[in-house]
Write a protein that binds this ligand. Sequence first.
Ligand SMILES: *Cc1c(COP(=O)(O)O)cnc(C)c1O
Length: 399
Amino acid sequence: MEGSSLYQTYSRANLEFVRGEGVWLETSDGRRFLDCAAGIAVNSLGHSHPGLVKALKDQADKLWHVSNVYAIEGQEAFARKLAQATFADRVFCTNSGAEALECAIKTARRYFYAKGEPERIDIITFEGAFHGRTLATIAAGGQEKYLEGFGPKAPGFIQVPFGDHEALLAAIGDTTAGLLIEPIQGEGGIRPVPTEYLRELRRLCDDKGILLILDEVQTGVGRTGKLFAHEWAGITPDIMAVAKGIGGGFPLGACLATEEAASGMKPGTHGTTYGGNPLAMAVGNAVLDVVLADGFLDSVQKKGLLLKQKLAAVVDGHPAIFEEIRGKGLMLGLKCRVTNTELLSHFREAGVLAVGAGDNVLRIMPPLTITEAEIEEAVSRIDQAATAMEAGLERGAAE
Ligand SMILES: *Cc1c(COP(=O)(O)O)cnc(C)c1O
């Protein structure tokens, strides 16, 4: 943007929102958009959720920050809730997804170090993965576009093609600490790992005595209709990174682990200044209370099916625009035949927001609180956007 003093690392859309309510976002000149991007799967309970606003305001009146050298009541409660609801025994709070992954990677390496196998440092990841933008997590993600120009790739990350089991077997060796995978690749283009293959990965890790690390930063906290996506496969990881939806818009992440996997993380081995501070915990606890309430996840499953079914009809109706719909719950991807970013402009003109991804996909990830009527409205706007783009293609062909 002209006159901006910011790092020019984003090519930002010419859209500036000043308020939000539920699934709606509004610009200063009063234009309203139906938000099917949710800040990239962050605004899990929509904008200005009254319960979250109250939790944050009440905490702001009491105490903002103290440091992790003191006991933090909200952090204990938050960790207890997560431990009760998942495989995990131990929780480390962070401010972001990348930091949750950093903690996961350190936990895995430290586990083997403490067991007397310090040579086991390698984490195997999968092509198309995205794990964050720190030096370790760009090495884990393995994408050249994020690594280029930042010096030597951090050691200890080996990447294999997505779904190539032979390559995976060949990559596992004496220096392997674990596998790191997203149950559904988000940035990679809503590429789900088949549930049977997730089970196979769990078996493989058990056989080889290595750790299964899941990146549920995007798939977690109800996004797929379960609290965490791995539950669909009936397996549990040893370590898991969480962020995005868990803060509902407040910067918050967490690394979860079993007692065994976390056993190397002794006092002094890791830390964070802000992670899990009272403000973040007030919001994180409020998000978990809503998502874990009776019937909430069932409603996400139901709405996810409805949205997918209706979008499938739109895909069928516009074969020149769309190739397929994929994904689970409210984490859906429209694989495009036209350039996804061009289609995204038509979405915006129709007053609906989505977010691009790899493999020429547009991600549809509305707040989990979207209503059935709002789903109808979103689908109708997406249909309108596809029709407008089609008309453009036909005009182009006629010229
Ligand atoms: C967004 C994302 C990250 C990184 O999270 P940040 O909060 O941006 O650091 C890591 N993994 C996955 C799967 C993500 O979607």
